[in-house]
Write a protein that binds this ligand. Sequence first.
Ligand code: GLN
Length: 492
Amino acid sequence: MNANTDLCFLTIHEALASLRRGEVSSVELTQAVLDQILSVDNQVRAYISILPEEALAQAEAADQRRAEGQNGPLLGVPLAIKDVICTQGITTTCGSRILEDFVPPFDATAVARLRSAGAVFLGKTNTDEFAMGSSTEHSAFFTTANPWDVERVPGGSSGGSAAAVAAGTALGALGSDTGGSVRQPAAMCGIVGLKPTYGRVSRYGLVAHGSSLDQIGPLARDVEDAAILLSCVAGHDWRDSTSLDSPVPNYVAEMKAGDGLRGMKVGVPQEYFIEGMEAGVEAAVRAALDEMADLGADLVDVSLPHTEYCIPIYYLIATAEASSNLARYDGVRYGLRVNNPDMWQTYYDTRQSGFGPEVKRRIMLGTYALSAGYYDADYLKAQQARTLLRRDFTRVWEQVDVLACPVSPTVAFRIGQKIDDPLQMYLMDVFTVSLNLVGMCGISVPCGFSDNMPVGLQLVGPALGESVILRAAYAYEQATSWHAQWPVDSRQ
Ligand code: GLN
């Protein structure tokens, strides 16, 4: 029981308004959230590490700065960071035994930017090992529970960040999205998650999974908060050679400008409403489409004909890139080392005991796809098909401003339900991986419930179309109340 739960469920913009008016201090706010962590995180298990002293010290410094008349876009706001994003001096495990004791000597650019915006860091959140998974069950440490029903997964791989925001144990969070890992857990936990355009947010300090797919993205209580967080972390960074050198708009202002959904052309890709998806999910998403039409959107049926190849393309490219990225964990440079007099045996033993089964599976799949004799048939074919997929999207942007579709074919499933069937788990990504393959942006917003669990609506935009998807999402959110509902147990 936490006396200050109301503070814990403030949105970031509400918290900032209260902080500015002096109604609450950052220390009070941070303490309330730490108390909430104490009261619910033993059940939810969103956090791998919790940093109460550090957070309170940062909160105190934030209050001090505010008292001196300084400001900052996130001054005094307590946030959580997914544990695949490097934090200086703070263990960054990637949910893996191999990095269990790894303490980065630097901050990821996104973290550094939040820091200079004045944010307070509460701790590091649970993730599938190296962000490989859709449920957090592949974390080497423990599985995070969904705050709406603790027998179910929170989604993944940023399940810890999503569960923290939904359980009132962080006001917002950063996650990473390689194939859906921000949008899908956001959908399953009833919050907002945004995957930016590839290159919009620096990947410097984000531990690599699939380098051509990875993006850091915000998880938040509402669309405005997602826009605030994105404004803080986006922008060019010379340390990431794929970072886009394009000005960062004021996303909050652009989101609120204009006519909302009125006159917006919203494409509905027929391939994203497939047989086998949960009826309740389809119903909620279709109702959201109707709502958007009522708000003046012009719904247009569109086709992305190569959609059926998304999962195979993604699981060839992501595993190929992962197998190469994970070659660096050799017991010499980072983390765990299992010593053996024989050098090769040191490598083998370190990797054998440091990596979990899903990571090993992916290293084997990826190495296979890249090996001589299979490269042309697998990896090269996947890259060619990826180009066809990109053309599908380019064609669609000639007709519409955004696309609207589900985030995930089902709501959060039960813990253990899919863990022994990797293919079933991979199929959970059927609506999300395409955006990573083509580098475009997408946002998940709550749009209803199925089986008493939250459903997410996905709005997709072209490269650097963040303002457009935010505007559409904001207009939809303003007209509905799904985002204002929270899991009952966490509020007690
Ligand atoms: N679920 C997908 C996978 O397992 C996506 C993961 C992610 O986005 N990090 O690869």
